[in-house]
Design a protein around this ligand. Structure first.
Ligand code: 5AD
Ligand code: SF4
Length: 434
């Protein structure tokens, strides 16, 4: 989502500015930030610190901090980092053009961190596709902002505000424009895409929106993230099973495997309910890949609670998980819970979780060997420019040898020959669509 917001800032500024990969050449540096966990928040300060010296040498340089840390800290950032000129929150950055004009006149720091519950993000059409890559095959499209769920560990509702769905016509128009420029796969983004449109009158539901998007000619693949298990519906399962443009991958964050911890997290489902949905999904779409986010060491999590999380990995058999040590976040309810898990214990649990998942991922990856899979070619492989890279419908990265290297954007059949830890290797067979 942050990457997508960065792109929006670029679209907003593209008439006045052009991108540079060298900060020494920049007239404007915007640092777009994440505060979902403690670690990325800390990184912000060291990142911004890198530009202090530049600003001293070049006083006209404008430095801005945008996004979630800006939203969270507001004025404090200017106090702590006096060489910063702009602090623009998660809605504030949309006003960047006017704010820059104002700044150029007054030359005084501007902080814009208002969050309006009825804020309507404007429709931004890309002239150039992304910052440096004109020929992108995949793109993100934000369909909703904010979140109303208030999981007790999570800062998102506080820094991104209440849930707002974008009008379907804006979403469709944005995707049509992307497809005209060569995009073949979109990932629809929201904190909880399953509740898309429910707060508005006459908006489609999420499964209806998916069917509308799938009617766009020239769009071949649709992904979406992220799902909340409590709202993950039978109708959505049926849509995935029947609509061939929908990729066979679901990110369904479990967060924890013990009902006690799920309750303390305010997740509003039990592990039994979660498993029931997973079973339904696997039955309707047998080759579905499921991935998850897991937090270890939430306050009051005992060894036994953690073992229930490990047990869930074995039951669900995720393709991949993203796992995090719990960290206190400002404003959240969990921050005030007393019984915190010691850092070494969190570290130990995280390691154990990784090991358990690594075994499962490896088994699943090995099962791809000798299979023929459809890959959307995204470009040259980052590690070996003589190979191409893309992903399966199940979202597994595949690097493969190909007699032709000029087929970016094509859908090809690839035979899998090897399974690595984080990706597969294969050989090109044939082009299906170009
Ligand atoms: N500590 C650790 N992980 C967190 N996440 C969100 N808040 C916290 C926190 N306070 C994780 C969740 C979420 C992902 C984006 O980040 O797993 O799904
Ligand atoms: Fe955070 Fe929960 Fe909302 Fe996800 S659903 S953004 S974890 S509050």
């Amino acid at each position: 989502m942050n990457e997508n917001d960065t792109e929006k800032m670029y679209i907003l500024l593209s008439n006045e500015y052009e991108p540079t990969s060298n900060p020494e050449n920049a007239d404007l540096i915007l640092i777009n930030t994440c505060s979902v966990r403690e670690k990325p928040e800390h990184k912000v300060y060291s990142e911004v610190g890198r530009y202090k010296e530049l600003k001293r040498k070049k006083p006209d340089l404008i430095i801005g901090i945008t996004g979630c840390v800006a939203q969270q800290e507001g004025e404090n950032l200017i106090k702590r980092l006096p060489y910063v000129d702009l602090v623009l929150g998660t809605q504030g950055f949309y006003f960047i053009r006017d704010i820059l004009k104002e700044f150029q006149q007054k030359r005084k720091p501007i902080v814009f961190v208002e969050l309006k519950p009825d804020f309507k993000p404007p429709l931004l059409i890309r002239e150039n596709l992304t910052l440096f890559d004109q020929k992108k095959v995949t793109a993100f499209v934000t369909i909703m902002q904010g979140c109303d769920n208030f999981c007790t560990y999570c800062i998102v509702p506080y820094v991104r505000g209440r849930e707002i769905s974008r009008p379907p016509k804006d979403i469709l128009r944005e995707i049509e424009e992307l497809v005209k420029k060569g995009v073949r796969e979109v990932t629809l983004l929201g904190q909880n895409v399953n509740s898309y449109g429910l707060k508005e009158r006459n908006y489609p539901t999420f499964p209806e929106l998916l069917n509308m998007v799938s009617q766009i000619d020239g769009l071949w693949r649709i992904r979406f993230t992220t799902n909340h298990p409590k709202d993950f519906s039978d109708k959505l399962i049926e849509t995935i099973a029947t609509n061939p443009k929908l990729c066979k991958h679901i990110h369904l964050p479990l967060q924890a495997g013990s009902n006690k911890i799920l309750k303390k997290m305010n997740r509003k489902y039990t592990k039994e309910e979660y498993l029931e949905k997973v079973e339904k999904l696997k039955k309707a779409v047998p080759d579905i890949a499921i991935t998850s986010d897991i937090i270890v060491g939430f306050p009051e999590e005992t060894e036994k609670d953690f073992e229930e999380t490990l047990d869930m990995l074995k039951k669900v058999r995720y393709h991949e998980i993203f796992s995090f040590k719990y960290s206190d976040r400002p404003f959240t309810a969990a921050k005030n819970l007393k019984d915190k898990v010691p850092e070494e214990e969190k570290e130990k649990r995280l390691k154990k979780l990784h090991e358990e998942q690594q075994k499962i991922t490896q088994e699943i990856y090995n099962s791809y060997i000798d299979k023929v899979v459809e890959i959307l070619v995204e470009g040259p492989s980052p590690k070996n420019p003589n190979m191409l890279t893309g992903r399966t419908t199940t979202n597994v990265v595949v690097n493969f040898k190909s007699p032709r290297l000029d087929i970016k954007g094509a859908l090809v059949n690839v035979k899998i020959t090897e399974a690595g830890k984080h990706s597969l290797k294969g050989e090109y067979l044939e082009i299906l669509k170009i």
